[in-house]
Design a protein around this ligand. Structure first.
Ligand code: ADP
Ligand code: MG
Length: 338
């Protein structure tokens, strides 16, 4: 099919021609937050002790002891922060990973829970002492992880991730083209909304569990919208498949790349605009080519049949028509799409 090699020079991998066709008629683009709009390399920016004992370092050490057993990017950030401070890590038993929520385990016979504020509330652990600091961080689009020890909150860890530098421009350009934008994340609502505001996103789906992402895409489709989903993580794969057009971030997980129809090799959100423009341009070119190919033949075949066209000229016209079509297609390669 025409076009699958067209994106190569632009850092856009088009896995099949059908992806281009789907891309030309998109109503809404849904972005995953972490790793797609943000760099996905979170860093601990604040550790808050809710009481005098344990202190902030001890809170971080408790959390890192358990997070060491998790693969989550937030877990890596916590472990790294503890390591930077040379904090001792403790022995953990009964480790449980609570997907999309946090982790839990036992340290020295005491239950320790590390995860989202919502997770702590689910376990019936209120935040009383720390609430103010939590709200301040969330309003700055930071993710706050709660640390509970023996069913009581002992501290909070604020983690910040940088927004990709072209995220805002990508959203603005989509809006200018009349395409709606949405963000979907497992992170809490306040953090998600603060980030959405920073980049100018229209719709926010927050506190979404990994298995519910595809469900949200399906709901948008049921409203009659054609949906493109842009994501990077294992938990994005079902949504990438469900969407009319799945766009995977090339720096993300293999499963997401496998599930996408288009891969943005370096993971820049702005490439989404280029991929959609490439789709439209490809189909416009196909229509132009169809027109010219028909035009030549409809005009020249009757002339040739009536003997009004010298066979040499007819042969040259035949080759010329093919060349013009190929030449017109090659123009796409050089055209600037942004
Ligand atoms: P996203 O959709 O942004 O990739 P996830 O679904 O992986 O996020 O996680 C959603 C939320 O659950 C996180 O924002 C965090 O609050 C919490 N969470 C998940 N795993 C962990 C963990 N290992 N440690 C702390 N918090 C976690
Ligand atoms: Mg992600």
């Amino acid at each position: 099919m025409v076009g699958t090699g067209l994106g190569a020079r632009r850092g856009i991998l088009i896995k099949n021609g059908e992806a281009l066709e789907r891309g030309k008629k998109i109503d809404v683009v849904v972005f995953d937050k972490t790793g797609t709009l943000t760099e996905g390399k979170p860093k601990v920016v604040d550790v808050i002790a809710c009481r005098a004992d344990p202190n902030a370092d001890e809170v971080l050490s408790l959390a890192a002891s358990i997070e060491r057993l998790s693969e989550h990017p937030l877990a890596h950030a916590v472990v790294l922060a503890a390591r930077d401070k040379n904090l001792p890590l403790k022995e953990v038993s009964d480790f449980v990973n609570l997907a999309g929520k946090g982790v839990r385990g036992t340290i020295g016979n005491v239950a320790v829970l590390v995860g989202s504020v919502r997770l702590l509330l689910e376990y019936g652990i209120p935040l009383i002492h720390c609430l103010e600091r939590v709200e301040k961080h969330e309003a700055e689009a930071k993710t706050v992880i709660g640390v509970a020890h023996d069913h009581e909150v002992v501290g909070m860890i604020a983690v910040a991730d940088t927004v990709k530098e072209d995220a805002k421009e990508a959203i603005e350009r989509l809006r200018a083209q009349g395409i709606e934008t949405a963000m979907i994340t497992g992170d809490n609502r306040a953090t998600a909304e603060a980030l959405a505001e920073q980049v100018g996103i229209d719709m926010v789906f927050a506190e979404v569990l990994p298995q519910q992402k595809a469900e949200h895409v399906r709901k948008l489709q049921e409203e009659g919208k054609r949906v493109a989903f842009v994501g990077d993580g294992i938990n994005d794969a079902p949504a990438l498949v469900q969407a009319d057009l799945g766009i995977a971030i090339g720096t993300g997980t293999d499963i997401a790349i496998e599930a996408g129809n288009i891969v943005l090799v370096k993971g820049h959100p702005l490439k989404v605009i280029e991929a959609l423009a490439l789709s439209r341009m490809t189909f416009r070119t196909i229509k132009q080519n169809m027109f010219w190919a028909f035009f030549y033949n409809v005009a020249a075949i009757p002339l040739a049949a009536l003997g009004l066209l010298n066979p040499m000229v007819a042969a040259a016209a035949m080759a010329g028509s093919s060349l013009s079509v190929v030449g017109n297609s090659l123009r796409i390669k050089r055209r600037k799409l942004l």
